[in-house]
Design a protein around this ligand. Structure first.
Ligand code: FE2
Ligand code: FE2
Length: 195
């Protein structure tokens, strides 16, 4: 499920850089990409990272051994923060206002961080989590459902200054998501993509 989202981001980005894309198509795809990534990161921070962090903390005492900063890096908060900062900047730009070259360059910066981050998740974070004692198919399917439901009330725009750990992120996301929804109504001309 999570890796499906990752694959989706990559195919959207490939499409963005593909032939026959005019500026209007790129702008729409850029907005849709920012929206998908914001929802995905928000749901991960609500559902997956606390689980992973709890599992790793208990089994390997990783926080104690590595310290908070290194643990945050391993758990992906680091990558999310960099990505949110860059996507926030991209979100405040448009092709019309800033030009196609600058807009694409900013998205490209964000996507480089994203590619690196999703590779870390897929090759390190999730496999380590899945190999922990007590993590079985039932738990994974339960988390998958929670992840999907967190996405349905997730923020749809990047908020780099919002809290990223429970319980404060859940409260902040719940309050912010409707405002993002309103702004998206305008951006997507009354038809924000529904998940
Ligand atoms: Fe992530
Ligand atoms: Fe992810």
């Amino acid at each position: 499920m999570i890796n499906q989202d990752h694959a989706n981001f990559k195919s959207m980005w490939t499409e963005y850089n593909g032939p026959n894309m005019n500026n209007e198509m790129k702008q729409k795809l850029g907005w849709a990409l920012i929206r998908e990534i914001a929802m995905h990161s928000s749901a991960e921070e609500e559902v997956m990272y606390p689980e992973v962090s709890w599992g790793l903390a208990v089994c390997w005492q990783i926080r104690k051994r590595l310290g908070d900063e290194a643990a945050d890096h391993l758990l992906g908060h680091d990558g999310h923060q960099k990505m949110k900062d860059l996507l926030y900047e991209a979100n405040n730009m448009t092709i019309e206002k800033n030009g196609e070259t600058a807009y694409t360059a900013k998205l490209d910066e964000a996507m480089k961080v994203l590619y690196h981050h999703v590779a870390e998740e897929e090759t390190q974070v999730w496999p380590r989590f899945e190999s922990l004692p007590g993590v079985d198919a039932d738990l994974l399917s339960h988390l998958g459902k929670k992840f999907e439901s967190a996405k349905s009330h997730a923020v749809t725009r990047p908020h780099p200054w919002a809290p990223n750990k429970p319980p404060l992120n859940v409260i902040a996301n719940t309050m912010t998501a409707p405002l993002d929804g309103l702004a998206d109504m305008w951006r997507f001309a009354g038809n924000p993509p529904r998940h």
